[in-house]
Design a protein. Structure first.
Length: 97
C-alpha cells in the first residue's frame, strides 16, 4: 500500500542528506557531528510539520487536488493517495537521521 512513489519524500530525503553533508568535512566524519549542529541544519533545510500542513491547506484552498484520489477536501488532506499524516511521519523520520 505504501510502495507508491511520493516525490516529496525523495526531496525531503535529499534535503536531509544535504544537511548531513554540509556538517561533515574531510577531517570530521558524520559520526562526530554534534547532534545539535545537524539538527539546526535539518531545520533550515526541511519544512516543519506545521509548515507542511499549512502548505497543503493553502494548495487545496487554491484549487489543488490530490494526484491519486482527486480529493480536494481541506479537512481530509491527502498526498498522492495517502493521508497527510503519513507524509508528516516520513518528514519526522528524516529528521531523525
Amino acid at each position: 500500500y505504501w510502495s507508491r512513489s511520493v516525490s516529496n519524500w525523495g526531496a525531503y530525503a535529499l534535503c536531509g542528506a544535504a544537511a548531513l553533508l554540509s556538517c561533515i568535512s574531510s577531517t570530521s566524519p558524520a559520526s562526530e557531528v554534534p547532534r545539535e549542529v545537524l539538527q539546526k541544519q535539518l531545520e533550515s533545510c526541511l519544512p516543519s510539520e506545521e509548515q507542511e500542513e499549512a502548505m497543503c491547506r493553502r494548495m487545496v484552498q487554491s484549487g489543488a487536488r490530490d494526484g491519486v484520489t482527486g480529493c480536494s477536501d481541506v479537512n481530509q488532506l491527502m498526498v498522492d493517495g495517502m493521508p497527510l499524516a503519513r507524509s508528516l511521519e516520513i518528514l519526522s523520520n528524516i529528521r531523525t537521521i
